[in-house]
Design a protein around this ligand. Structure first.
Ligand SMILES: [Zn+2]
Length: 58
């Protein structure tokens, strides 16, 4: 197992991600039936983390 560009060759073959219907990114996992970006298929709400809500009030 190597890091870097040669590892990209392992990405060939079966594709697991398709374009997400909700966020439009290619992050919808076909086998898991959920989007890694917005959580589509996993939750009705948008996938959100606590650190996303941090506002700029120091
Ligand atoms: Zn999505």
């Amino acid at each position: 197992m190597t890091k870097g560009t040669p590892s990209m060759g392992k990405k060939s073959g079966k594709k697991n991600f398709a374009r997400c219907r909700r966020c439009g990114k290619s992050a919808y996992h076909i086998r898991k039936k959920k989007c890694a970006s917005c959580g589509f298929g996993n939750t009705a709400k948008l996938r959100v983390f606590n650190w996303m809500k941090l506002s700029k009030r120091r």
